[in-house]
Design a protein around this ligand. Structure first.
Ligand code: AMP
Length: 190
């Protein structure tokens, strides 16, 4: 099954996805980490993507969909895949819905935090795309292109909202509970 990790940059979804995957043997797929690795390897894809990432813009949908669909297609029968940072647009979500194995997308874990919290967390991280003007642009891009996914997954009935202003441990417990809970529900439509 697939669990989607959704939320603004700085909400901690990457940290939480990594911790949950590590603790339970789940597969962690972080599109941002894949892109950063491609850049570190000097691949054509990495260099191309970095032009968008360094500005705080989204990498084009076609590139991202291809990257994720190839992984989602290899999803094992009992595998739990945490999709961290994808989808980030409605177009990506629609592609994912049509290409993922039927009934496999069970939950969208959505982390919430105030803008002040997000900005102070992001500017303290020291990543290349964490400079204040880039951070502000990433938040704007999030609000315009990614935030509409919250209502989209709520309408599908699989949104699970988590207050990310608490301790890492409390957020972790809620994250694991929401994934476990959706594991035990029957597949929609089956
Ligand atoms: P993240 O590590 O998830 O914060 O992603 C870092 C950057 O990678 C983003 O700011 C985007 O430029 C790019 N990126 C990651 N995932 C996606 C995606 N699904 N769609 C478009 N761009 C993405």
């Amino acid at each position: 099954m697939i669990a989607i990790f959704l939320g603004p940059p700085g909400a901690g979804k990457g940290t939480q996805a990594e911790a949950a995957a590590e603790a339970h043997g789940w597969t962690h797929v972080s599109t941002g980490a894949i892109l950063r690795e491609e850049l570190a390897n000097g691949s054509e894809l990495g260099v191309k993507a970095n032009a968008y990432m360094s500005r705080g813009d989204l990498v084009p949908d076609e590139v991202m969909v291809e990257m994720v669909v190839s992984r989602v297609n290899q999803l094992g029968e009992n595998e739990v895949m945490l999709l961290d940072g994808f989808p980030r647009t409605i177009a990506q979500a629609e592609e994912l819905n049509s290409k993922a194995p039927s009934g496999s997308i069970r939950v969208a874990v959505y982390y919430t935090a105030s803008d002040d919290t997000l900005v102070s967390r992001l500017t303290g991280r020291g990543r290349e795309d964490d400079k204040l003007d880039v951070v502000q642009h990433r938040l704007k891009v999030y609000r315009e292109l990614t935030a509409p996914l919250v209502a989209w997954y709520r309408d599908l009935g699989i949104l699970c909202e988590i207050n990310a202003e608490r301790s890492i441990e409390e957020i972790h417990a809620d994250t694991v509970a929401s994934i476990r809970g959706s594991l035990s529900t029957s597949k929609p439509g089956s």
